[in-house]
Design a protein around this ligand. Sequence first.
Ligand code: SF4
Length: 431
Amino acid sequence: MAEHKPQPKLVFADDDGNIYDHPELEMLVRRGDRLEPPRPDEIIPLPPESELFLLPGRDALGFDPESGEIERLEDRAVAAFVCPGHTLSATAAYAANPGAPVLPLFAYGAVGFSGDRFVVAAARVDEDRRQVFTGISKDRIVKGARALRTKYPKNHLIEHLCGCALTSCCPAARNLALGRFEAPLPTSRACNARCVGCLSLQDPSSGFPSTQSRIAFRPTAQEIVEVMAEHGRREPRPVFSFGQGCEGEPLTEIRVIAEAVARFRKNGGRGTVNINTNASLPDAVEAFAAAGGTSIRASLSSADAALYEAYYRPQGYSFADVGRSLARARASGLFISLNFLFFPGVSDTEAELAALTDLITEHRVDFVQLRNLNLDPELYLAVAKKSGALANPARHASMGLKNFRKRLRKACPWLRFGYFNPVVEAPPASA
Ligand code: SF4
């Protein structure tokens, strides 16, 4: 029998929420509904600015190397919420007890303890530091927000974003206050999708709250241009992004967006003008490009139509429209990113790899952002089961995040990977 290789120890919590490593039991991870030991190549130290969560009503599951059995510790489950720039390759191993509340909108990573530190099953996929705030004093952010409010007292968008920077500590709004990296440009109150894990609008019956409040007004083109011009003066390689967590679907507000972008460009405005979108409206994508947009980030939980539609619950559009939007984006010379909401055990499968490779190749997608799907794992598995996607044998085994990325890159050698919207100053040569 192969010699047992010691694994990181199980991490659990006591009644008061203190977190410990177990003296004997070893860490387990979960991919889809499969429990397994972590892969040697997926364990990294818990990155700084990550958080540890206690999972209510859930028992921690660990492996006993002596008995070869899985042990259950009542009400002791812990998970890691890794800091931006990192993608989870496995979720936390736990068993939910009857009546356990639905978990709020976060990604629940598998965490263990090894040597003298916490470790997690994840990979760093982007070196960009735009969401690292260690070493930046709160004072600087307050001063930056105050200066913006003083300079633009009548600008509702600046008022809204300064509020976000100071109250909900939104990283994008803080970067605007600091005058660095990517500026957020929320515009839309409405959306033509009903994502199960929508960050800005949740039906009370869902059992969990949205993590952001949806913007309640439409900024004017002038207000948007003021934010862009101000940020463009301070950041030498600015990225401007429509489609933030605190809004609906920006393509539904294409008229004001196109007017603002065209005016910004006419005034000599430079930089990457990006739109984060569900890519539901092909004509609006074309209008964005024509106005002077640079890049589009299409949000996708799967390239499988049934699984996509089960999660996005589109209203008046279909997965086929997403494909049409990507075709328009390609024809208009936009840089195309996919915001791929990665879920270990469902995404890193042969079925997803095949579907995603087809989509990326057909539209010559430039970039894949490997994001974590922020949803109660059991809820997502129920959605995926209901869509029928999990009945496909090609979704029964998971190859792991690293293999998935390696094989996707092999199939699409031009493809770049990351986590954040890249700086794209000019339309890509491939257009
Ligand atoms: S597309 Fe965005 S705003 Fe619309 S439901 Fe989904 S997460 Fe919410």
